[in-house]
Design a protein around this ligand. Structure first.
Ligand code: PGA
Length: 247
């Protein structure tokens, strides 16, 4: 059985002092978990968090990267730069990037490709909006988003992590029911299986108001291989209990 992956997505939260308290609290309470744990932190804190995580089993992650290798792209951060700080996972195509930065399926696919080229595991986010779900378009939307990444990455697709994050469940306290989540995960699993004979090793993780109270049920589903956790990843006790429910 593959290890579950619990990744914290700090989004635009944190400070030098708060990060130190949070990471040290997690390290003190976590022991050696039987699952993989990662922290996707704001880029300016990568160096700090690399230091705090040194010698631990927790992996370092970033929240985005440029699709370009190098050059005149003010404000952007390259995969090679992230790699210098020991970044193992990089979120791409989070719905907040798609929504506020107009990232398209093609751009997200190119970013996944850059992350792989730089030796990092892209955590590719897909998910439908409430309007899309209510219009019965959930499957069509998530399959379209994932198809772009499969198309651009060929056989390397077995090296990605897929995160199903229904947009209506992110930061809203409204979690997808275990049935709703499992159903979409199964669709994504099938799509990956059709694209790669290594699909069985691709973790498909769930994100969207995952918390200490609902994580065990979600993680017990056959096609839910972990969680991408926003709000609850900023609280030591909550994140530890999600980790415990995955291990
Ligand atoms: P949330 O965020 O857990 O706060 O809903 C999840 C995410 O956006 O990755």
């Amino acid at each position: 059985m593959k290890k579950k992956l619990i990744a914290g997505n700090w989004k635009m939260n944190g400070s030098l002092a708060a990060n130190e308290t949070l990471v040290n609290g997690l390290l003190a309470g976590m022991g050696v978990p039987a699952c993989q744990v990662a922290l996707c932190v704001p880029s300016v804190y990568l160096a700090q968090c690399q230091g705090l995580l040194a010698g631990s089993t927790m992996a370092l992650g970033a929240q985005d990267l440029s699709q370009y290798e190098i050059g005149a792209f003010t404000g952007e951060i390259s995969g090679a730069m992230l790699q210098e700080f020991g970044v193992r996972y990089c979120i791409v195509g989070h719905s907040e990037r798609r929504q506020y930065h107009f990232e398209t399926d093609a751009l997200v696919a190119a970013k996944a490709q850059r992350a792989l080229a730089c030796g990092m595991t892209p955590v590719v986010c897909v998910g439908e909006t409430l309007a899309e779900r209510e219009a019965g378009r959930t499957e069509e939307v998530v399959k379209r988003q994932l198809a772009a990444v499969i198309h651009a990455n060929g056989h390397c697709i077995s090296e990605v992590v897929v995160a199903y994050e229904p947009v209506w469940a992110i930061g809203t306290g409204k979690t997808a029911s275990v049935e709703q989540a499992q159903q979409v995960h199964a669709v994504l699993r099938q799509q990956l299986q059709a694209a790669s004979n290594q699909a069985g090793r691709i973790p498909i993780i769930y994100g969207g108001s995952m918390n200490a109270a609902n994580s065990a049920d979600l993680l017990a589903q056959p096609d839910i291989d972990g969680g991408l956790v926003g709000g609850a990843a900023l609280k030591v006790a909550d994140f530890l209990s999600i980790i415990a429910s995955a291990c």
